[in-house]
Each structure stands twice: as C-alpha cells, then as structure tokens.
Design a binder for this molecule. Sequence first.
Ligand code: SF4
Ligand code: SF4
Length: 230
Amino acid sequence: MERNIDLNEISDGRLYGSNDMVKADCGSCEGCSACCRGMGSSVVLDPFDVYRLTTGLQTTFQSLLSRALELNAVDGIILPNLKMAEEEEVCPFLNEKGRCSIHPLRPGFCRLFPLGRLYEDGSFRYFLQVKECKKENRSKVKVRKWIDTPDIKQYEEFVCKWHYFLKDLSNAFGNGRDGKALSLAKTVSLYILNQFYITPYDSGEDFYSQFYRRFREGQEFAASILEKAK
Ligand code: SF4
Ligand code: SF4
C-alpha cells in the first residue's frame, strides 16, 4: 500500500538499510498492546504471511478468513488484512494478557512496526515512524534483528518483487472506472487471491520456491491481462 507521506513529519528524517541501527526496540512492550488495536484494515498480509500462518497453525486461508482476516481493496486490488474485532477493534490474535498469541508467526507488518518502508526506483529503504509506537525511550537495534525474519536478503527481494508486481497491476487497473477496467480489476483480484493466498502452500517446501513458481505464472498472467487492457 502506498501512502502520500511527508517523511519529515512522521519520521526522524533518516532512511535505513537492514544492517543499520535504529531506535525501534520497545523491549517486550511491557503491557502495551496499542499497535494491536484500532489498526483498521491496515495490517495487510502478503503471501509469506499467509504461508507462515497456514503452515504454522496447520490451517487454511479460508479458515483464517472466517475468523481472523477480511478482504479489502488496496489501491483497487483485493487483498487480505487482519480483521480488528468488536467495538474495541482488537486483533483476533491478541490474547487476554495483551500479548500476541502467534508471536513467532506474526505478519511482516507487525514485525516491522514502528518502522515503515519507502519504495523508490525498484527498491526500498526503511524509515522510523516516530509518532506511532507508544513507548518512549526505545533502544537501538539492528533493523534486520528487529524484523526477525530468516535470510533477510531473500525476504527483502521478495518484499520488493511483490510490491512492484501489485503496483504495476494497480496502476493499470486499480483506478479504472469504466466497465472494461472494472471487470479486468475484478479478474486480477480473483487471480491474485487464488494464486497467492487460497491455493495451499506445502509446509514441507520452503516458501520462496513455491512463491517464485507462482510468481512466474503471475507475471505471465499480468502480461496477458495488460495486453487485453490495450
Ligand atoms: S505501540 Fe510500541 S510498545 Fe506498544 S505494543 Fe506496539 S510496538 Fe509495543
Ligand atoms: S498479529 Fe500479533 S503482533 Fe500483529 S497485531 Fe495481532 S496481536 Fe499484534
């Protein structure tokens, strides 16, 4: 999801790489669960998140959708996000002690917070959102340690590929208002949901091999649909 933001207003004005130290470490959150509440539809899941959740919890995407996720349009493309529940808008994975019940499987967005990503020229850097985390006096931590995801290089490559894949499709169809554009946008959304989220991932095979097989097919699909849009 892309937002029009003034980095000087929301960050410390710096951009970080995965080996940089950043003041993001809020310790163990110490009873605070502010960023697990009231997040609306902003915790959007990528295919790796769904791989982690479905294989780790031994469940299906549809089952997650029936209790913990919902679908919403992001820049015109329908994607899953964590469904904040009840009046208080609480993440369904937050337990009664105010802790994340799926901590090792938590989505990439949760791992990143309070960092954000700034995408530019086919790549991205991290920035620190200074007003988002409620904890004062955060300590410094290496970005890659904070994100807590194995093989950060491969992960960042995936994040980048996924972002620009969606961006290209969204630019082509996401803002379409006429009948043809709306119908193509629907076709694209259904394809993405099926190809990258609903079709089960094999827990016995690593995520990236499975993702890139699907991604190659996805690129062919995107090329054919872009052709149809002309
Ligand atoms: S707002 Fe900061 S301290 Fe509170 S739960 Fe989120 S990351 Fe932890
Ligand atoms: S998945 Fe865990 S860390 Fe993420 S919002 Fe829910 S409770 Fe919080």
